[in-house]
Write a protein of this length. Structure first.
Length: 251
């Protein structure tokens, strides 16, 4: 260490090492740049703008397909469930379309709240019957036709005339009269009243105990007889489905 020379040698060697390292990094960087330029200029289809392009062969090699399609039991059950669900939904849609067509054509009649009383008489009541006041008649109104809201409209008209309207719903009848009036023995006079309010209405008797009358309007129904023109003189019920039909007589 005379005059500080050994320290100078050490420092010189360290600087040379750092300089050599920087030079090596610069050369590596330059070489990498040259390689990128070479790849860009290259016509090799495996390189595009300096980036390696993987073709189908490379993909197939990287992601080989299994020799046989194998599915887990969970996947199989899920696919079966989805298939069955789709088939059932399709069947429901087809059934709905078919039923809607049958109802629209009149091939199928749906019963919603229709009277369920069994017929109890095969002969028409003899009468004659007095015409009771409208306000004393209790009536259920049923829509047996295809016009939506018909029962509600008829019920509103009957209420205006003073009738005691109870049930208002959809119904059904096998008869094609404009209206069908149904009652038990106790409601025959009330049925006579309602029959006089609809031209062409038919009477049918069942086994009910009360005096409430079912009033079923059909597709051929038009309207009620004008209140001022209703015939209120005593007379018989009109029941062409029962026999014999009595001749009209005045009481």
């Amino acid at each position: 260490m005379i005059d500080g020379r050994p320290d100078d040698d050490v420092q010189l060697t360290a600087r040379q090492a750092r300089r050599a390292a920087r030079e090596a990094r610069r050369q590596a960087k330059d070489q990498a740049y040259e390689d990128r330029l070479a790849r860009k200029r290259s016509k090799d289809v495996h390189f595009l703008h300096g980036h390696h392009v993987i073709d189908t062969a490379g993909l197939a090699e990287a992601f080989p397909e299994p020799e046989t399609a194998e599915y887990t039991s969970v996947t199989v059950r899920r696919r079966i469930t989805h298939g069955v669900t789709l088939v059932l939904l399709l069947a429901l849609v087809v059934a709905g379309v078919v039923l809607a067509g049958m109802v629209q054509r009149g091939d199928l009649v749906l019963h919603f709240g229709a009277p369920r009383h069994a017929p109890a008489a095969e002969t028409c009541p003899p009468g004659p019957f007095d015409y009771p006041a409208d306000k004393t008649v209790s009536v259920n109104v049923y829509n047996g036709g295809r016009t939506e809201g018909l029962a509600g409209r008829v019920a509103a008209e009957l209420k205006k005339r003073g009738y005691k309207v109870k049930a208002v719903s959809n119904g059904a009848t096998p008869y094609d009269a404009p209206a069908v009036v149904v009652s038990g023995v106790a409601g025959q006079a009330a049925a006579f009243n309602l029959q006089r309010n609809v031209a062409g209405a038919e009477y049918v008797q069942d086994d009910r105990k009360g005096a409430t009358v079912d009033f079923i309007v059909t597709s051929s129904y038009t309207n009620l007889v004008d209140a001022k023109k209703v015939d209120q003189t005593p007379g018989p019920l009109s029941c062409p489905r029962l026999s014999p039909t009595p001749a009209a007589t005045a009481g």
